[in-house]
Structures are given as structure tokens and as C-alpha cells.
Design a binder for this molecule. Structure first.
Ligand SMILES: [Ca+2]
Ligand SMILES: [Ca+2]
Length: 268
């Protein structure tokens, strides 16, 4: 995947794509193409984004949604998540395990969930209208980053986002290049419960993920390198408000606030 102006030329700017990439916090079932509402918060006053050191480890994995390889016990962990809009505690816990090697970044999401809701399976579906976990990441400029998603039924989404930021670094507008595909990425889901059946009690769903650096158009990071990224989840339940959850809360409107992404430091 080439970086730079060439890939931006191919940006999809259609209304459908734009609206799909602007899920409204708390009302993600009806994403809108509206620009984020004027912010009441001065971004300069927000607490610093979170930081994690991702350990460099070695292992052979079976990508099956189980974290039973010993390497997962040595991974960094982040969580619980918080409401992205205000930093308040989430209803059900979210945890992500992280490590890397010379070829890839490895992620392991575990979502405690008493009512797992999902129906979509097709690649690049609007997964954020149901339950989903997401990872936004950039090694370079903040205005261009990858958006990757996984849902409880094994659905995946990948796009490159171009984000127009104002002078304070707050998002004014986003465009998504949905023609991008993370061709080498692999993932597998494990569910303890019944997806889409609300009259029983589920336990959790989790996703084991390999993101080769080649899919991000990048050489493997060196120890000490710092990328920017954030981890998100849409959490739903019967008769419960939708929770738009984050590792580092954006506080500003929506998930597409790259200056609020956390710091991903690659360790030794
Ligand atoms: Ca495994
Ligand atoms: Ca749920």
C-alpha cells in the first residue's frame, strides 16, 4: 500500500461513505453526515492522551480467538475503557492485549458482554451500527490514519481516513478510502454466549488479531518508536443506552479526533 498523495487521490467522498464514517455518539444506529457539533471544550485543556509500552515478543500463534498461547500472558494490557465523550466508567469491561514482533502487531480484545448483538458479516459493513471493536492507528501525520474493525460474527472493516483538522487540531471533516484492504491481516473471534439472542445471558466475546506492518505500508518499528492510535468499542444492550467507548476518551465529538489518540510506544 503506497502512502502519500497518490492514495489520497482515490478517497471516496460520496455521501454514503462520509455518513458511514461519522457515527453519532450515543445514536450510532443513525450515523449522520453532519459535521461534529461545535465543541464546548477547549482541546488545549484536555488531559494528555494515554500511553502504553508494547512489548516485543516471539511466539507462534494459532489465530483462533483463544489467548491460550503463553505469549498473551506477557502482552501489555489496556482497559477498562471509558465513555469517549466524558471519560466515565463503562458498563461492561473491555480489555486489549498488545505485543509485536519483527513482522506484525498483535491485538487481543476481550469484551465482557451479557447481551451480544450483531447481525452483519460482510466485509466493510457498517459494523458501528451494532456491536464492534475498533483500532485507529497512524505512524505518520495525524490527518491520515487507518481504521480497522472487528465484530462478534467475525466481520472485518478496513479503511484509510483523511481527516481535515482545524487550527486547534479538532476534526472538521473526514473522508474514507474504503478501497483499501488489509490483505494480510488475520483475525478470529471466540464468543461465550449467543450472538443476537437477547433472552439469555451471554458472557463475553473476544478477537485475536494479527496486523502485519506491511498492511500499514510500514517497516517494522524499532524499540523506542512511538505511533499514535486509539482503541474503541460500541457497546449495546437491551433497553440500555449505547456506549461509545474508548481507551483514551476523545471528549471532543466522535471517535475521529486523532490528536486525542494515545501513544503507542514500541518496547524492547
Ligand atoms: Ca490463539
Ligand atoms: Ca452487548
Amino acid at each position: 500500500m503506497k502512502h502519500g498523495p497518490l492514495s489520497l487521490v482515490r478517497l471516496v467522498t460520496g455521501v454514503a461513505a462520509l455518513s458511514a464514517l461519522c457515527p453519532g455518539i450515543g445514536n450510532a444506529a443513525e450515523p449522520t453526515a453532519k459535521a461534529p457539533a461545535p465543541i464546548a471544550v477547549d482541546p488545549a485543556t484536555l488531559p494528555a492522551p494515554k500511553r502504553v509500552i508494547i512489548p516485543k515478543l516471539q511466539a507462534v500463534l494459532t489465530i483462533d480467538g483463544e489467548f491460550n498461547e503463553p505469549v498473551w500472558a506477557k502482552a501489555a494490557t489496556i482497559g477498562p475503557f471509558v465513555l469517549s465523550s466524558n471519560g466515565e466508567r463503562e458498563r461492561e469491561s473491555t480489555m486489549v492485549r498488545l505485543w509485536y514482533d519483527d513482522t506484525a502487531l498483535y491485538l487481543g480484545y476481550t469484551c465482557t458482554d451479557s447481551d451480544i448483538q450483531a447481525t452483519l458479516t460482510a466485509h466493510d459493513s457498517r459494523f458501528w451500527t451494532e456491536e464492534v471493536v475498533e483500532f485507529f492507528v497512524t505512524r505518520r501525520e495525524m490527518a491520515r490514519y487507518f481504521e480497522l474493525e472487528w465484530n462478534p460474527l467475525g466481520g472485518t472493516f478496513d479503511a484509510i481516513i483523511a481527516n481535515v483538522l482545524d487550527e486547534r487540531g479538532v476534526s472538521k471533516k473526514i473522508d474514507g478510502d474504503w478501497s483499501y484492504t488489509a490483505k494480510l491481516m488475520k483475525s478470529a473471534v471466540k464468543v461465550r454466549g449467543t450472538v443476537g439472542k437477547t433472552d439469555d445471558k451471554d458472557e463475553f466475546w473476544q478477537v485475536e488479531i494479527v496486523i502485519p506492518f506491511a498492511d500499514l505500508g510500514e517497516a517494522p518499528p524499532k524499540p523506542g518508536d512511538v505511533w499514535r492510535g486509539n482503541f474503541y468499542r460500541f457497546s449495546r444492550g437491551t433497553n440500555q443506552p449505547v456506549e461509545a467507548l474508548a481507551w483514551t476518551p476523545t471528549i471532543l465529538a466522535g471517535f475521529h479526533q486523532p490528536n486525542r489518540f494515545g501513544y503507542l510506544e514500541f518496547g524492547k
